[in-house]
Design a protein around this ligand. Structure first.
Ligand code: CTP
Length: 408
C-alpha cells in the first residue's frame, strides 16, 4: 500500500495539485517509474514527480501550469512537458509511449502507446510500475513488487542491455544505491553484453554521463568500484582502472569531498586514473582544459607531492608546496595523510590571513618585487617568524633585496 501522506510538504502539494486538476478535467495521470519504486520502499525523502497519461498529457500540463502560474516547457520529440514553479518540485508530464530500438545503442523511435506499453519499454521491473493517482491502484505488469521484496534488479527481456547499453551502468548504480543484487539471469545477460562488446555501440559522452551519475550517488565509492569491477570502464580508459587500493582511494575521495564544494567529477576521475592519467583518457568527458589538467595533475602527481611533503621541515617549505597545489589536491592530501591534516588546515587559515600593509607603505619603487615582499611578509607574520610590529621594516628590506637581485 502506497502512502502519500508521509511525503515532504512540497512533494505532497505537487501531487495534490495534480490530482485536483485531473479531477476537474477528468484526466487520469499515473505516477510512474523511480518515484513508485521509492514510495514502495518507504524512501519518502524526495521523490520525482514523474507522471504519465494515456491521453491528453498536454491538457493536464497546461492546466497545472496555469493554476500555479508556473513555467511550462514542452519537449515534443519525447512527448513530455516540464512544469516549474516556486516552492514546488519540478513536475514532468508525459504521454504513455512505445519505444522501438532500430539498432543496438541507438536512441529509440518513440510513438504514443498505452500505459502497459510504457511500463514494458522500461529498464528494470522495479522501475516499471505505475500508481493511478485517481484510484490509488498499482499497475505492475512485470513483477516489480516481487523483485523489490527479493531485493533484485531484473531486466524485462533478454535484449534489454543490447538495445540500450547505458542500462548496464544503470543496473550497477541502482543495485548499489538500494543494496540490491542483480537477479541471476540479469547478471548473466549483463556479463554477456559486456563480453560481446555492446558498450562499443554507444558514444563515449553517454558513458561519461553514466559515470558522472555514479559520482553523484550517496554511496559513490561503492558504485564506482562496482562499475570498475564489472569491467565497464575499460571501454573509456582502455584498461580496467581497478587495483587493490581503488576502493580506499574512492573512500578517501568521498571524505575529502564531504561538506565542501570541491570538484567531485575531477576528484573521482583522478581517483580512478591514479598514477596513470593522460588527457586521452578524458575524451568525451566534457571537462574543460583547466579541469582536465586538474584531473591529470591530481592523478599523476599526488604520490610525488606527498613524498615531497614528507621531506619538508618548516612551514615555509610546506607552504611553498601547498601554494602550487589545487584545492582538490590539498583536500585529498589531508584525507590521505593524517599527519598532514593539521598542516593543510593551517595553510587554509593562512590563505585568508591578511596584513594591513600596502605596497605604497614600503617607500620603495613599485614593481613585482613589492608584491613578492608583501607575500613573504604575510607568511613570516603568520608563521611567527617575525612579530606583527616588525612587518613594515621586514617587508621593506625584502622588497629592496628582491629589487637588487632582479638586477633593476
Ligand atoms: N529508463 C529506462 N531506460 C533508460 C533510462 C530510463 O527504462 N536507459 C526509465 C526507467 O523506468 C526510469 C525512468 O525511465 O525509472 C526515469 O529515468 P531516470 O529519471 O533516469 O530514473 P529514475 O529511476 O527516476 O532514477 P533516479 O531515482 O536516479 O532519478
Amino acid at each position: 500500500m502506497i502512502r502519500l501522506e508521509n511525503l515532504p510538504n512540497a512533494q505532497k502539494r505537487g501531487l495534490d495539485l495534480v490530482k485536483e486538476v485531473a479531477t476537474e478535467k477528468e484526466l487520469r495521470p499515473f505516477l510512474v517509474g523511480g518515484p513508485v519504486r521509492d514510495l514502495l520502499l518507504g524512501r519518502h525523502d524526495v521523490i520525482d514527480i514523474d507522471l504519465t497519461l494515456e491521453d491528453d498529457a498536454s491538457t493536464l500540463a497546461r492546466a497545472v501550469a496555469k493554476k500555479i502560474n508556473g513555467r511550462l516547457r514542452s519537449f515534443p520529440q519525447f512527448l513530455t512537458y516540464k512544469i516549474t514553479a516556486d516552492g514546488l518540485p519540478e513536475i514532468d508530464i508525459a504521454t504513455a509511449r512505445k519505444e522501438r530500438y532500430r539498432s543496438p545503442g541507438a536512441l529509440p523511435t518513440v510513438t504514443a502507446g498505452r500505459l502497459k506499453d510504457d511500463l514494458l519499454r522500461r529498464d528494470f521491473s522495479i522501475n516499471a510500475m505505475a500508481l493511478d493517482l485517481t484510484t490509488g491502484e498499482l499497475h505492475d505488469p512485470s513483477g516489480g513488487e516481487r523483485d523489490l521484496a527479493a531485493m533484485a534488479v531484473r531486466v524485462l527481456h533478454d535484449q534489454s542491455f543490447i538495445d540500450d547499453p547505458t542500462r548496464i551502468y544503470r543496473a550497477v548504480r541502482l543495485a548499489t544505491r538500494l543494496g540490491f543484487s542483480l537477479e541471476a539471469h540479469t547478471a548473466r545477460l549483463l556479463d554477456r553484453a559486456v563480453a560481446e562488446g555492446a558498450l562499443a555501440s554507444i558514444a563515449r559522452e553517454r558513458i561519461w554521463r553514466e559515470l558522472f551519475l555514479a559520482f553523484e550517488e550517496e554511496s559513490a565509492p561503492n558504485a564506482v568500484a562496482a562499475l570498475s569491477a564489472a569491467g565497464v570502464l575499460e571501454v573509456l580508459f582502455g584498461r580496467r582502472p581497478f587495483d587493490r587500493d581503488l576502493e580506499d582511494r574512492l573512500r578517501r575521495t568521498a571524505s575529502a569531498l564531504d561538506g565542501t564544494s570541491l570538484d567531485r567529477q575531477v576528484m573521482y576521475t583522478a581517483a580512478l586514473l591514479h598514477g596513470n592519467a593522460s588527457p586521452v583518457d578524458l575524451e568525451g568527458s566534457g571537462f574543460s582544459q583547466k579541469r582536465a589538467r586538474n584531473v591529470v595533475q591530481l592523478a599523476n602527481e599526488l604520490p610525488r607531492f606527498t613524498d615531497a611533503l614528507a621531506e619538508t621541515t618548516s612551514d615555509h617549505q610546506r607552504f611553498r608546496l601547498f601554494k602550487h597545489a589545487s584545492p582538490e589536491m590539498l583536500s585529498i592530501v589531508a584525507a590521505a595523510v593524517p599527519e598532514e591534516q593539521s598542516n593543510v588546515v593551517r595553510f587554509q587559515e593562512f590563505q585568508s590571513f591578511k596584513l594591513p600593509l600596502r605596497g605604497n607603505d614600503l617607500e620603495v619603487p613599485l614593481g613585482p618585487h613589492v608584491a613578492k615582499a608583501l607575500e613573504r611578509t604575510r607568511e613570516a607574520v603568520f608563521t611567527g617568524e617575525i612579530e606583527h610590529a616588525e612587518a613594515k621594516t621586514f617587508a621593506r628590506e625584502m622588497a629592496i633585496k628582491y629589487l637588487d637581485s632582479s638586477g633593476q
